[in-house]
Unconditional design. Structure first.
Length: 175
């Protein structure tokens, strides 16, 4: 219970005592990528990775864990992790596909329904602008009726611009 780290404890120990306080062992992305692919080709590592995927751990979480572990051991820097991360991710996906394992990739897919609604609204806005250019009165009620009820309710009410008040407020002057 009381074996936790005390704030500032790292300042009392020997400098460069931990692996991440020293320069990384690999400074080239190619070296780090070769290291990770070599590690992932070991039978025990493959089995562990596939077991983790079968348990429902996302591929992105597994990839980030592998890369963070290497950073904490001083193998490479965080910058290198960001560079090689997508390749390691795809390699793990390839392993899972080859083993015919169902997995969750962990990359959020874009919601196409929102994109579709945006396109519909954009077209209606263009029609309103065309009517304004032709000196026709825009039909704002039609636009408001086409919006989903939730969006109409969420729209802020039109407020008048508040004039500054108080001790430091300056009166407006006509110039």
């Amino acid at each position: 219970m009381f074996n936790t780290v005390i704030p500032g404890q790292s300042l009392t120990s020997e400098p460069k005592n931990y692996a991440w306080e020293n320069p990384p062992r690999m400074i080239l992305p190619e070296e780090a990528l070769a290291y990770h692919l070599e590690e992932l080709n070991k039978p025990k590592k493959i089995e562990a990775a596939l077991d983790a995927l079968q348990l429902g751990i996302e591929v992105t979480t597994l990839t980030e864990g592998l890369l963070r572990n290497a950073v904490s051991k001083g193998e490479h820097s965080i910058d290198i992790s960001l560079i090689i991360g997508p390749i390691v991710h795809e390699y793990i996906v390839g392993l899972a596909d080859a083993a015919r394992i169902d997995y969750v990739e962990g990359i959020e897919e874009e919601d196409t329904s929102e994109e579709r609604m945006y396109a519909i609204r954009e077209n209606k806005a263009r029609k309103i602008l065309d009517n304004i250019k032709k000196n026709k009165e825009p039909d704002l009620e039609e636009l408001e009726a086409s919006l989903p009820k939730q969006e109409v309710e969420d729209m802020p009410p039109q407020l008048e611009e508040e004039k500054p008040q108080g001790l430091m407020a300056r009166p407006e002057r006509d110039i």
